[in-house]
Design a protein around this ligand. Structure first.
Ligand code: ADP
Length: 480
C-alpha cells in the first residue's frame, strides 16, 4: 500500500509541536503493516541540508501563481518529497509567522499550493508517482482532498484520510481568496470550501475526506460538542462513523531514557534511582534548591489552551506545598512575563527558561519528578507520554488524549496497582491546587510513588497499536 503523507512539519526536519513528532514517526510505525509512506513537506530553509543534491522530479511553471518544483530526498529510511517554491517557503524564522509572530498574509496561498501539489501527486499528474491513499495532516494539508474532489489530475485518484491534530487551528480565510485557488465555482459551497461565508481549509478537507481521524478517542467524542468543535461540530456529527480516534504514539528510539544523549545519567525501569543525577542537573540549570519535595516540570507552549494562566495562579501554592518548578516554554508574552515574575518572587523554588530547546526538554523529562499538563483541551498530548516513558509522573487534566493515556492514582487504581499519574477534573484554581496537593502527598510515600513511576514506564506508549489501527483504517478506506 502506497501512502502520501502530507504535512507542514515533520521531526527531525522542522517542528513547532506534536504534529511534527507524529508525521515524523508514522513511516516507521506503518512499515511493519505493509504500508510504504512517502512524506511531502514544504521547502523551508531548514530543509536545505536534506535536499542538497536532491533530484528534481517535477516542475510547475504556475502552481497557484508561483513557480515550483518537486525534489526527491529521504527522511530516515523513507522517501521524502519537498515542494520547493522559494516565493512561498524560502523565509527564515518561524514557519507560519513573521518574526513578530504575525501570520504570513499569504498563508492561504502557501498551503493551498501544498494541497494542490499533493493532489497532483495523488491523481497522476506527476509521472512515476502514484499513491493509493493521501493522508493529510491538519489545515495546512487539508486542501489536498478538496482539490482531488473538485479538480483532480488525469490519473487514478487516491483515497483520502484527514487527521485533525488540533481543531483550534482551522485555516480560515476571507472569501476573496477563493478565486485564487483555481477551483471550479461549484467548490464554493456548503459541501465544499465555503465556511461561514469565507474559505475554510480544514473544513474543506473534512468535508472531502473518505475518513477523518483525530488523535485520541476522547477528543473524537469531544469535538462533536460546540465547546470543543469550534464551529465544526455540526460537520463532525454529520460525518458520524467516518470519524475515528487513534491515539498518538511516541518514537521509542528518540525518547529512550536508557540511551538518551541529553541525560547525564541514563536509566531504565530497573534503575530508576539513576534519575537522581539528572535531577541535580535540572536543579543546577534552573537555579533551584535541593530538597526532599517534588520537582515539577512544564514543557509546553505557554497558551490559554494549555491552561498556563491557571497554573500561573497556583504557583504560590505549589511553593507553599514544598514543591519546586522548572519550566521550559514559550508563547503568549503575558504568560511568559508572569512565569518570569514568579521565578523572581520564588528564587530557588521556581526556575524558568523561555524558549524552545529540544535537548532540555529531554533532560526535564529525565530529571523532574512530575510533569504538569493542565490543558483546557488536548487532542492527544505527547508530553504526558514522554513523562510516562521517563518515569516523570504526569499530572494532567481529564480531557482528550490526556484522559485516554493516564490512569489516575485513585484508591481503586492504586490498590489494583495500575495507576500511572494524577488526573484532575476541569481546569480551575481549586482543581489544580487539589491535584498538586495529591501529588505532594503521593510523593511523600516513596513506595507508592515508585510504583507510579514503574507503571508509567511499563506502559506501551509506542506506535505498535496505533500503527496497526492506521493501517487497518487505510485498508477499510481502500476497500470502500
Ligand atoms: P502541542 O502540539 O499542542 O504543542 P503536544 O504535547 O502534542 O502539544 O506536543 C508538544 C511537543 O513540543 C512535544 O514534543 C514537546 O516536548 C515539545 N515542546 C513544547 N514546548 C517546547 C519547548 N519550549 N522546548 C522544547 N520542546 C517543546
Amino acid at each position: 500500500m502506497k501512502i502520501l503523507s502530507v504535512a507542514s512539519e515533520a521531526f527531525p526536519l522542522v517542528k513547532t509541536g506534536g504534529l511534527a513528532d507524529v508525521v515524523g514517526a508514522l513511516p516507521d510505525a506503518l512499515a511493519p503493516h505493509g504500508v510504504a509512506t512517502t512524506t511531502l513537506l514544504p521547502g523551508y530553509p531548514a530543509l536545505g541540508p536534506h535536499v542538497k543534491g536532491a533530484r528534481t522530479v517535477h516542475r510547475w511553471p504556475d502552481l497557484l501563481g508561483v513557480e515550483a518544483r518537486l525534489l526527491k530526498a529521504g527522511i530516515g529510511d523513507h522517501p521524502l518529497l519537498v515542494l520547493d517554491a522559494p516565493q512561498l517557503f524560502a523565509r527564515e524564522g518561524p514557519i507560519y509567522t513573521d518574526r513578530g509572530g504575525k501570520d504570513w498574509p499569504d498563508n492561504w496561498r502557501r498551503f493551498a499550493a501544498l494541497g494542490r501539489a499533493a493532489a497532483d501527486l495523488a491523481s497522476g499528474t506527476v509521472p512515476g508517482h502514484g499513491f493509493d491513499l493521501l493522508h493529510a495532516h491538519d489545515w495546512q494539508a487539508a486542501m489536498a482532498p478538496a482539490y482531488l474532489r473538485f479538480a483532480p489530475g488525469p490519473g487514478p485518484v487516491a483515497r483520502t484520510v484527514v487527521t485533525v491534530h488540533n481543531l483550534a487551528f482551522q485555516g480560515s480565510f476571507d472569501a476573496s481568496v477563493f478565486r485564487e485557488l483555481a477551483l471550479p465555482d461549484a467548490a464554493f459551497a456548503l459541501d465544499g470550501v465555503e465556511f461561514y461565508g469565507g474559505v475554510g481549509f480544514l473544513k474543506a478537507g473534512l468535508e472531502a475526506a473518505d475518513a477523518i481521524t483525530t488523535v485520541s478517542p476522547t477528543y473524537a467524542e469531544e469535538i462533536r460538542s460546540p465547546e470543543f468543535g469550534m464551529g465544526l461540530e455540526g460537520l463532525i456529527q454529520a460525518r458520524g462513523a467516518r470519524v475515528h480516534g487513534i491515539v498518538n504514539g511516541i518514537d521509542p528510539l528518540v525518547w529512550n531514557p536508557e540511551a538518551d544523549p541529553a541525560l547525564p545519567s541514563p536509566y531504565s525501569v530497573r534503575s530508576i534511582r539513576r534519575r537522581t543525577p539528572n535531577k541535580r542537573a535540572v536543579e543546577k540549570m534552573f537555579g533551584l534548591d535541593q530538597d526532599d519535595g517534588p520537582l515539577f516540570t512544564v514543557v509546553s507552549r505557554l497558551t490559554w489552551q494549555k491552561g498556563m494562566d491557571v497554573l500561573g495562579w497556583c504557583l504560590d501554592d505549589l511553593v507553599a506545598l514544598g514543591g519546586r518548578l522548572a519550566l521550559l516554554g514559550a508563547g503568549d508574552a503575558g504568560l511568559e512575563a508572569a512565569f518570569r515574575d514568579a521565578a523572581a518572587r520564588h528564587p530557588g523554588r521556581i526556575g524558568v527558561r523561555i524558549g524552545y530547546d529540544e535537548g532540555l526538554s529531554h533532560l526535564l523529562q529525565g530529571g523532574a519528578d512530575a510533569i504538569l499538563i493542565p490543558s483546557r483541551f488536548e487532542p492527544c498530548g505527547l508530553t504526558q507520554l514522554y513523562g510516562l516513558r521517563y518515569g516523570c509522573v504526569p499530572v494532567v487534566a481529564r480531557t482528550g488524549g490526556l484522559a485516554d493515556t493516564v490512569i489516575d492514582a485513585n484508591e481503586a487504581a492504586l490498590a489494583a496497582g495500575v495507576a500511572t499519574g494524577i488526573v484532575h477534573d476541569g481546569v480551575s484554581y481549586e482543581g489544580l491546587v487539589r491535584a498538586l496537593r495529591r501529588t505532594v502527598t503521593l510523593y511523600a510515600d516513596p513506595d507508592r510513588w515508585c510504583r507510579l513511576q514503574k507503571n508509567g514506564m511499563a506502559t506501551d506508549v509506542g506506535w505498535t497499536r496505533s500503527g496497526a489501527r492506521y493501517a487497518d483504517l487505510y485498508r477499510k478506506v481502500l476497500a470502500q
